[in-house]
Design a protein. Structure first.
Length: 418
C-alpha cells in the first residue's frame, strides 16, 4: 500500500481479537486508519466464518465509518471486502439476498467491461506483449494457423495479434480463430471486429464462435482440421475449472495428490482433452495468488495481501484521481473479491493458484514448459519504460514471466507444449 496506508505484511501485527481503539475512529491518522481497517476486516472474516452475525455486524458498522469508495487505496479496498463479507452473511437468507441483488451489476455487464483491463491497466497489456511475441515464434513458418481464445474475447489482444501475424516473413497465413465465451455479446463483438480487421489486412480469415463456457467445451466444437497449427490462449480463465463441491472434501477429507495439491477431475479432463489435439503451444495468464483455500479466513488474508497491491497499482495507473474507468476497474476486482469471500462450492470460481501449482497440474496432464523468449520479455520491459510509471516490474521466474507491482508478483505468463 502507499506510505499512508500500509499493506498487511509481517511488520503489521494482526490480531484476531478486537482491541478497544483509544482514539475516536474519525480522528485516526491515515496510517492508523489503514491498520485499524485491516484488523477489523480480519476479525469480521473470522466472525462471518463462525456464524457470529452480531459481532460481524458490529465490525461492518465500524468499517463503514472508516472506509470510502473515494478514499485512499486501503479505504477503497475495504469497501470491496466489507461488501463481500456482508453478501456472505446475507446469503444465509436466500430470499433477502436475491431481493437485494436485483440492483447489482450482472456477470454479463462485467464481461462487457473487461476490455478495460487491457486498455487502461498495464498488467494485461504487458501479458499480451509477451504472448504475441511467443506465439509468433512458435508459429514461424506455419501457413495454416488455428488459435483458440479460451474466454477472454478481448480486442486489445486480438487486433494487434492479427496485425502482427499479417507481417510474418512468408506473408499472412490462413488464420482461423475460435472464441468461446458464455456471454454471446462478447463473442459476436470480437468476431465482427476481427472479420473487419482481416479484410483490411487482406488476410484469409475464418471465425468460429462458441457461446459456451470452458466447462461445456468439447473437442468436436473446435473443428480442428488436419494440417492446422493449433494454439490455445487462456487469459485469466483456466482457474474456473477448479470450482467444485467442497462439501465432498469436508466429508471424506482432502483429496490431494502426492505433491499436496488438491485433485480436480474437471481440470484433469479438460487438460487431457486439449492435449489430445496436440497444440503447438498453450499460453496461460493467471493471477499469481493462492485463493483456492477451503478456510475463509485463509483466503481472506491472502486476498487482502494480493488486492492491496492491485489497488495500490490502480492509484499509480490513474494518478490517484477518481474517474469512471477507475471505478469500473475496481468494480471488476470487487466482483472477484466477492466471489472469493462470499461464495462456496461450485459458485466459487475465482480459485486462483500460484504458478508452482499450475506447473504440477499441467505437467501431470503431459504438458512441458516452454521458455519465454528473451525478446518477448524485452518488448514487455519497453512497455513498462514507456508507461513512465514506477512500480511495474517483469521478472523471469521458473518457466514463467512474473508481472509484478514492486516486488509482489500479481500475474504469471507461461507457455506450454506437448
Amino acid at each position: 500500500m502507499t506510505t499512508s496506508s500500509p499493506a498487511p505484511g509481517p511488520e503489521v501485527s494482526l490480531s484476531l481479537t478486537l482491541l478497544p481503539c483509544p482514539t475516536p475512529l474519525e480522528a485516526l491518522k491515515p496510517e492508523e486508519r489503514g491498520i485499524r481497517l485491516i484488523q477489523l476486516l480480519l476479525i469480521c472474516a473470522k466472525h462471518a466464518s463462525s456464524g457470529n452475525l452480531h459481532r460481524a455486524d458490529e465490525c461492518l458498522r465500524q468499517i463503514s465509518l472508516l472506509a470510502s469508495v473515494s478514499g485512499d487505496s486501503i479505504q477503497r479496498l475495504s469497501v470491496r471486502f466489507a461488501s463481500a463479507l456482508a453478501i456472505r452473511l446475507v446469503k444465509r437468507w436466500p430470499g433477502l439476498h436475491k431481493a437485494l441483488n436485483y440492483t447489482q451489476l450482472t456477470k454479463q455487464e462485467f464481461d462487457d467491461a473487461k476490455p478495460l483491463l487491457g486498455r487502461a491497466f498495464p498488467y494485461l497489456g504487458l501479458s499480451y506483449a509477451i504472448i504475441t511475441r511467443t506465439l509468433i515464434k512458435a508459429m514461424m513458418g506455419e501457413r495454416v494457423i488455428h488459435l483458440v481464445d479460451m474466454g477472454s474475447g478481448d480486442v486489445n489482444l486480438w487486433v494487434p495479434l492479427l496485425r502482427t501475424l499479417s507481417c510474418m516473413p512468408d506473408g499472412p497465413p490462413h488464420l482461423k480463430v475460435t472464441c468461446m465465451n458464455a456471454n454471446k455479446a462478447v463473442v459476436d463483438k470480437l468476431g465482427a471486429r476481427l472479420v473487419k480487421e482481416a479484410e483490411a489486412l487482406a488476410m484469409a480469415f475464418q471465425f468460429n464462435p462458441l457461446n459456451v463456457s470452458l466447462k461445456e467445451l468439447t473437442s468436436d466444437m473446435l473443428k480442428v482440421r488436419s494440417g492446422e497449427a493449433l494454439a490455445f490462449i487462456s487469459i485469466l480463465s483456466l482457474h474456473a475449472l477448479l470450482a467444485e463441491d467442497d462439501r465432498v472434501d469436508a466429508h471424506f477429507g482432502d483429496n490431494r495428490n502426492i505433491n499436496g495439491i488438491k485433485n480436480s477431475k474437471q481440470m484433469c479432463h479438460f487438460l487431457t482433452m486439449i492435449r489430445s489435439l496436440w497444440p503447438k503451444v498453450l499460453l496461460v495468464v493467471e493471477q499469481e495468488a493462492d485463493h483456492n483455500l477451503n478456510r475463509l479466513v485463509d483466503r481472506f488474508m491472502e486476498g487482502l495481501h494480493y488486492y492491496s497491491a492491485v489497488f495500490d497499482s490502480i492509484d499509480a495507473a490513474f494518478g490517484g484521481t477518481s474517474s469512471g474507468e477507475r471505478h469500473a476497474l475496481e468494480g471488476m476486482f470487487g466482483k472477484e473479491i466477492e466471489n472469493i469471500v462470499a461464495c462456496e462450492g461450485v459458485e466459487r470460481e475465482e480459485r486462483h493458484e500460484r504458478h508452482g501449482r499450475w506447473m504440477v497440474r499441467l505437467g501431470q496432464a503431459g504438458f512441458k514448459p516452454v521458455q519465454i523468449w528473451y525478446d518477448s520479455m524485452e518488448d514487455a520491459k519497453l512497455m513498462v519504460e514507456a508507461s513512465g510509471k514506477d512500480g511495474y516490474k517483469i521478472v523471469q521466474g521458473k518457466a514463467a514471466s512474473m508481472i509484478c507491482w514492486h516486488d509482489r508478483p500479481l500475474y504469471a505468463v507461461s507457455a506450454w507444449t506437448c
